[in-house]
Design a protein around this ligand. Structure first.
Ligand code: PMP
Length: 449
């Protein structure tokens, strides 16, 4: 163990990690295996993976069916290109399957290796769409504050969390962020969006991009009518709507895709994560028939965009098997059912504990906010580390969750695998209650909570 952690420090630069913490304390968890909703470390200690790792292991860990699907495809054809009109059956079949599952007229898929690539692709495709129609000045992307769209060039700029631009040293031009509906109203959020459209000039805007539920921003669930109003506003201005379903896709929120909760159909939809439950890196963009029609008729010559792994045969074969299991095992319905119970559980915890503010969930995507004074919705000061302390207490009790400390908020996020049972949920809820209670007691002992 010691040896591995030393090698880790020396050679493994980790994503989204404090480099100092890794160097001073060593990596926190050396995961060795996984089964169902559980992960096991190298000491044999078991953890409930209440985040599905990175919101993505929908069908749970250790599923041999996916290993077998990968092995079978690898033995036959591990890789072959989809460039220059070469093609292969698993890519065709998965594209067809996703088109069938996608709402409305979303019908054609461009594959990538993950969420960031998918959002960069959507942005490039929509700019290309305008350019070939003689409107090259339509380049601007309007997105939302607190939105997260990834870390590639354009997706970093579309992200509405300034730390990501600061790390990159700058933000690309032509990205604008409107207010989210979080702790606001549909009316105010739509007004902010309208003002951005007007101020920039709709004739310069290529698309509006948003997550159905802002995940990394802290699981921010919009008011019921928000996306219907977004759809209307985009239609009024003739601005395409790109939905980032990277977290919400493939059953996470109790419907196959997140926007279905509100009956809204976007013009493009990006996906990743749950499409393979993380067993293979894969993502993509689904485009509507009218957009495909324009591309077919007006795009001349080569489409100068494509990744080596766009439509990777093994990844697409694994995606097909994963979706088959999601459907066969009724995991979308399970997410809805267990998700409703998760929210009930959060509400019971809120009744019992003073420092719990808003709780929310849609399917198996939820959050608990910690606040100093729930009545006044007042946050703890940052130095108290209320959120990180709860994450630490959960870790001690064998539950892995993720904290968001955007500005002064302390949000504990939950996105357990869609296979979760009621008994497993009860176990998580009990440990969540104990962990928050323990931090509440610690904070009460601190004079200036
Ligand atoms: N969009 C959303 C909504 C995400 O949550 C993420 C990743 N957490 C991404 C895009 C980026 O995906 P990836 O990390 O696979 O590039």
């Amino acid at each position: 163990m010691e040896h591995l952690i030393e090698l880790d420090k020396k050679h493994f630069l980790h994503p989204s990690t404090s480099i100092q913490q890794q160097q001073e304390q060593g990596s926190k968890l050396l995961v060795e295996s996984g089964e169902g909703i559980y992960l096991k470390d190298n000491q044999g200690k078991s953890y409930i993976d209440a985040m599905s790792s990175l919101w993505n292991v929908h069908i749970g860990h250790g599923r041999t069916e996916l290993a077998e699907a990968a092995a079978e495809q690898m033995k036959k054809l591990a890789f072959s290109s989809a460039f220059s009109t070469f093609t292969h059956e698993p890519g065709i079949r998965l594209a067809e399957k996703i088109a069938k599952l996608s709402p409305g007229n979303l019908n054609t898929v461009f594959f990538t290796s993950g969420g960031s690539e998918s959002n960069d692709t959507a942005i490039k495709l929509i700019r290309h769409y305008w350019k070939i129609q003689g409107q090259p000045e339509r380049r601007k992307i309007v997105a939302l504050k607190r939105g997260y769209h990834g870390v590639a060039a354009a997706s970093t700029s579309a992200t509405g969390i300034p730390e990501f631009w600061e790390m990159a040293g700058h933000m690309m031009t032509d990205f604008i962020h409107a207010n989210t509906s979080y702790q606001s109203t549909t009316e105010a959020a739509i007004q902010s969006l309208r003002e951005k459209f007007e101020a920039e000039g709709p004739e310069t805007i290529a698309a509006f991009m948003a997550e159905p539920i802002q995940g990394a921003g802290g699981v921010l669930i919009p008011p019921k009518d928000y996306f219907q109003e977004v759809r209307k506003l985009c239609d009024e201005y003739g601005i395409p709507f790109i939905a980032d379903e990277v977290i919400t896709g493939f059953g996470r929120t109790g419907t196959m895709f997140g926007l279905e909760n509100w009956g809204v159909v976007p013009d493009m939809m990006t996906f990743a994560k749950g499409v393979t439950s993380g067993y293979m890196p894969l993502g993509g963009v689904v485009i509507s028939e009218p957009i495909h029609e324009v591309l077919k008729q007006k795009s001349e010559g080569t489409l100068f965009h494509g990744f080596t792994y766009s439509g990777h045969p093994t990844a697409t074969a694994v995606g097909l098997k994963n979706i088959e299991l999601i459907e066969k095992e009724g995991l979308v319905e399970n997410a809805k059912k267990i998700g409703a119970k998760m929210l009930e559980g959060f509400n019971r915890i809120k009744e019992k504990l003073e420092i719990v503010g808003e709780v929310r969930a849609m399917g198996l995507l939820g959050a608990i906010e910690l606040v100093k004074d729930p009545a006044a919705n007042e946050n703890f000061s940052k130095e108290l580390n209320a959120g990180p302390k709860v994450i630490e207490e959960l870790h001690k009790r064998g539950v892995i969750c993720r904290g968001v400390t955007y500005e002064n908020s302390n949000i504990i996020c939950f996105a357990p695998p869609l296979i979760m049972t009621e008994a497993q949920l009860d176990d998580v809820l009990e440990k969540v209650y104990e962990s928050i209670l323990s931090v509440q007691q610690q904070l009460m002992r601190t004079a200036d909570r």
